[in-house]
Design a protein around this ligand. Structure first.
Ligand SMILES: C[S@@+](CC[C@H](N)C(=O)[O-])C[C@H]1O[C@@H](n2cnc3c(N)ncnc32)[C@H](O)[C@@H]1O
Length: 229
C-alpha cells in the first residue's frame, strides 16, 4: 500500500505508526494532523488520484434520478468531491470516514471548490464507521455505487484481519441497491482479493487492471450484491 506524492514522503513518524494500526481512527487522525502540520493543504491520495478513474466512474452515474454514491474511508481524497463537481447528471455523494481530522480538512477543500456541474448534485461529509453503516443511519439497498480506495486494504492489515474487512464488504453490499456496485481500488493481487471478496459475500467479482504511470499494478474490483440481500 503506497501513499502518493511528495508530501507523503515527508510524513514523519505518524506514517510509520500507521503500519500496525490501520484499523484505528486515532492513528489515521494523527496521520492527517501530522500532514497538516507539515504544511500540506491539498488532497492526499492513497494509490492514485480521482483523475485516473473519473472516465470510468462518470458513465456509471447516468440517469434522470440522482445516483447515490458512498466513498467509504474517504480520507481527504478528491474521489467523492471530484464526482460531485464533474458529474453532468445529478449525484448525491456521501464521503464517510472515521477520522474527524480528515473530514475537517476535506470540508475546507469543499468550501474552496467550484459549484457542481449539475445544480441537483449534493455532497455530505459523514463521520462514521464503515463497518457499521446500518448503525450510522444508512438505509438498506439505497446506494447505486460504493467506492473503496484503500480502506478494505487498510482493514485487511489490522490484527483482526479478514473478519473486520469482511464486515466492511458485507455492510457495503447491504447498503447497495440490487443492481448497484461496490468498486474497490487496490494494489492487492486478484489471487488473494477475489477469494476474500467471495468469502465476504460477493455474488460476483470482476477485475480490471489499471495502467498507472510508475509501473505499479493497481486493480479495480467490481463486486456484485447477492440477490437475497
Ligand atoms: C488507506 S486510507 C484511504 C483514504 C482515501 N480513500 C484515499 O484514497 O486517499 C484509509 C482510510 O480509511 C479510514 N478508515 C479506517 N477505518 C475506518 C472505518 N472503520 N470506518 C470509516 N473509515 C475508516 C481511515 O481514516 C483512512 O482515511
Amino acid at each position: 500500500m503506497i501513499p502518493r506524492g511528495g508530501a507523503a514522503r515527508r510524513l514523519c513518524s505518524a506514517a510509520g505508526d500507521l503500519l500496525g494500526a490501520m484499523e484505528q481512527p486515532s492513528a489515521w487522525d494523527r496521520f492527517y494532523a501530522c500532514r497538516e502540520r507539515a504544511g500540506a493543504t491539498g488532497h492526499f491520495e492513497w494509490f492514485f488520484g480521482y483523475e485516473v478513474v473519473a472516465g470510468l466512474l462518470l458513465p456509471l452515474l447516468q440517469g434522470p434520478r440522482a445516483a447515490r454514491v458512498l466513498d467509504v474511508g474517504c480520507g481527504t481524497s478528491a474521489l467523492g468531491l471530484g464526482l460531485y463537481q464533474d458529474c453532468p447528471h445529478p449525484v448525491h455523494v456521501c464521503c464517510l470516514d472515521a477520522a474527524p481530522t480528515a473530514l475537517a480538512a476535506l470540508q475546507r477543500l469543499l468550501r474552496a471548490a467550484p459549484l457542481p456541474r449539475h445544480p441537483g448534485s449534493r455532497i455530505h461529509l459523514c463521520l462514521g464507521d464503515a463497518t457499521d453503516l446500518a448503525g450510522g443511519g444508512f438505509a438498506p439497498a439505497s446506494l447505486r455505487l460504493v467506492l473503496d480506495k484503500g480502506t478494505c486494504d487498510a482493514l485487511l492489515r489490522c490484527p483482526a484481519g479478514p473478519s473486520r474487512a469482511g464486515q466492511l464488504v458485507a455492510e457495503c453490499l447491504w447498503a447497495l441497491q440490487p443492481s448497484g456496485q461496490l468498486l474497490q481500488f487496490s494494489d492487492e493481487d486478484p489471487d488473494a482479493r477475489v477469494p476474500f471478496l467471495e468469502w465476504a459475500g460477493a455474488a460476483g467479482v470482476s477485475v480490471r487492471e489499471l495502467g498507472i504511470p510508475g509501473g505499479i499494478p493497481y486493480y479495480i474490483y467490481t463486486v456484485e450484491k447477492p440477490a437475497r440481500d
